[in-house]
Design a protein around this ligand. Structure first.
Ligand code: ZN
Length: 209
């Protein structure tokens, strides 16, 4: 198990945002898959592979539909009536299905998200949706952890947020070092979770209970 504390990632102003890169046509995407099949050493025209580019492009549509979704919109509908509840709200075992930006290989695992509500609370399914939106983009696990925290911080202005992501990276298990069953854990705490080690500890115990 490797533990990497996630740090805020500063992106330079010159980095093109995904939306500023023109999307190729579907035909161009199909052609790119044919090229990769040939690069792997097979014949993209043989019967078993003839429809594969279509399936791959459709799968990309699902795996990367987070680019067309807006986490802020999911968190915009908030409630103020929490009838005096003032402890953390924690979601455990949120499925993470993502792809690393280094190899475009899947990384699969779970996310644990907690926040201490300030004035605003949000429907709990929305927190799982935020994880899904960022997971369905290309990134690394540290960035995923940061993106989830930053979205909750900026839209809910809570007293604190805690996120833990625990995932297995197939770029590590199926290639390169071929280490099976190695999981990577990233954590980040803000606000009260950062200031109060006892609260962070409670989160970690509840998350992994
Ligand atoms: Zn990778």
């Amino acid at each position: 198990m490797s533990v990497i504390p996630a740090k805020p990632v500063l992106v330079s102003d010159e980095t093109p945002k995904p939306a500023e890169v023109a999307r190729p046509s579907r035909e161009q995407a199909l052609e790119a898959v044919r090229t990769l099949i040939a690069w792997a050493g097979d014949n993209p025209s043989r019967p078993g592979l003839i429809d594969t580019p279509k399936r791959v492009v459709d799968a990309y549509g699902e795996w990367f539909d987070g680019y067309d979704a807006d986490a802020g919109k999911e968190l915009s509908r908030t409630f103020e009536d929490v009838t005096g509840y003032d402890d953390m709200v924690i979601l455990r075992d949120i499925e993470v299905e993502s792809h690393c930006e280094h190899h475009m290989a899947p990384f699969l695992g779970k996310a644990y998200v907690a926040y201490l509500p300030g004035e605003k609370v949000v429907g709990i399914s929305k927190l799982a949706r935020v994880v899904e939106i960022y997971a369905r983009r290309l990134q690394n696990q540290e960035t995923l952890t940061n993106d989830i925290i930053d979205a909750i911080e900026s839209h809910l202005q809570p007293r604190g947020v805690a996120v833990l992501v625990d995932a297995e990276h197939q770029c590590m298990t199926t290639r390169g070092v071929h280490h099976r069953h190695v999981s990577t854990i990233t954590t980040r705490f803000t606000g009260a979770f950062k200031d109060d080690p006892a609260l962070a500890d409670r989160f970690l115990k509840l998350a992994k209970a």
